[in-house]
Design a protein around this ligand. Structure first.
Ligand code: ATP
Length: 356
């Protein structure tokens, strides 16, 4: 196992700065996910840790040793890619053991490690098959087997599940988490899928344009996003954002627009100020008209079985509520909704920063 430290890490591609001075501490045995929209720099950052991209500035430390100039093979890191090219003419066992063989490991030890990895990944019955005789999920497990047998200090995953169908992705996600619980090896996992990032990580890092927007425990990031960007990026369906105007009225502050009125007793917002109010779909609660914060017109209903997504209109603004499926609704109905005060977020409409 190993701790990893990034200090003001920079990556330039010619005149373009892809990574803009990132500081990050990864604890020994942690599972860290890098998540963010396409082009935010997550793969570049991972490849810098692997030694596959030159570092333009700053320091990368593994176990307190500066490794900026260390060759990838000397970093004791194993990487699993999205494209898990297996050797088609070799059996599963040969594919898993190939890296060890190239390093000159003795055949008995290779066979022992291959068996152990196959047990962990539950692919022991497949060891004699060729990759062409495997499903996508099984092939991905073989690729993970290649990483496990090396017993490295660090695992790096670059979107390893992107090529799998939805159900397999979920199965493999559980496998990866189980694997980490078992091996406790420091892991960095890159994904653009926020559900994968949330469920796997004990520390999530949200990137945008080569900068860390927020990092921390996934639940605390979900509960207290520091910006509209993070609020909308984490959580599914995404956070509703409603624009409103502040009007001060004695000891109350009202946030109003068509179909929406929220009063808060103590608040610093100035009269006439525009504001963005964020409420997650799962935090909207149906209620009677008197207690409603929102009067929404139901536009489209999406029944999922476990719950129903009601896509509604509040004035001209769209909003999604995640509701109990037993609630009988039809398009065109008026739906009155409220939310607990601590579940309501305020953002600056210009900067997107969290207010209060
Ligand atoms: P995706 O989810 O699409 O894979 P990403 O977050 O992994 O995106 P990176 O691949 O790390 O993004 O790329 C970060 C930025 O650096 C992008 O703007 C990309 O165009 C740029 N970039 C990546 N590799 C190179 C390269 N070899 N030369 C020039 N620019 C590059």
């Amino acid at each position: 196992m190993a701790s990893i430290k990034l200090e003001r890490l920079i990556k330039n591609y010619g005149t373009f700065r892809a990574i803009k001075g990132i500081d990050l501490d990864i604890a020994d045995g942690a599972f860290v996910t890098f998540v963010g929209p396409s082009g935010c720099g997550k793969s570049t950052l991972l490849r810098m840790v692997a030694g596959l991209e030159e570092i333009s500035g700053g320091t990368l430390k593994i176990d307190d040793e500066v490794v900026n100039e260390l060759e990838p093979r000397d970093r004791d890191i194993a990487m699993v890619f999205q494209d898990y090219a297996l050797y088609p003419h070799m059996s599963v066992a040969e594919n898993i053991g190939f890296g060890l063989k190239m390093r000159g490991m003795e055949a008995g030890e290779i066979s022992k490690r291959v068996k152990e990895a196959a047990d962990i990944l539950q692919i022991s019955p497949l060891l004699e098959r060729k990759p062409g005789q495997l499903s996508g999920g099984q092939r991905q497990r073989v690729a993970m087997g290649r990483a496990i047998v090396r017993r490295p200090k660090v695992y790096l995953f670059d979107e390893p599940l992107s090529n799998l169908d939805a159900k397999l992705r979920v199965d493999m996600r559980t496998q990866i988490k189980r694997l980490h619980n078992l091996l406790e090896t420091t892991t960095i996992y890159v994904t653009h899928d926020q559900v994968e990032a949330m469920t796997l990580a004990d520390h999530i890092v949200i990137l945008k344009d080569g900068i860390i927007m927020q990092q921390g425990n996934p639940v605390s990031v979900y509960e207290r996003p520091i910006s509209r960007f993070v609020g909308e990026f984490i959580g599914s369906p995404k956070m509703n954002i409603i624009s409103a105007t502040v009007s001060r009225d004695s000891d109350k502050v009202n946030f109003t627009n068509e179909g929406f009125a929220l009063s808060v007793s103590a608040c610093e917002k100035a009269d006439g100020q525009l504001i963005e109010v964020g409420i997650r779909p799962e935090h909207l609660i149906p209620c009677d008209k008197e207690n409603a914060l929102i009067a929404a017109r139901v536009d489209v209903l999406e029944p999922l079985g476990s719950d129903t997504h009601a896509i509604c209109l509040v004035g001209k603004q769209e909003l999604t509520a995640r509701l109990d499926p037993s609630l009988r609704l039809s398009p065109g109905d008026t739906l009155y909704l409220r939310a607990e005060p601590e579940k309501i977020h305020f953002f600056d409409p210009e900067s997107g920063d969290r207010l209060e």
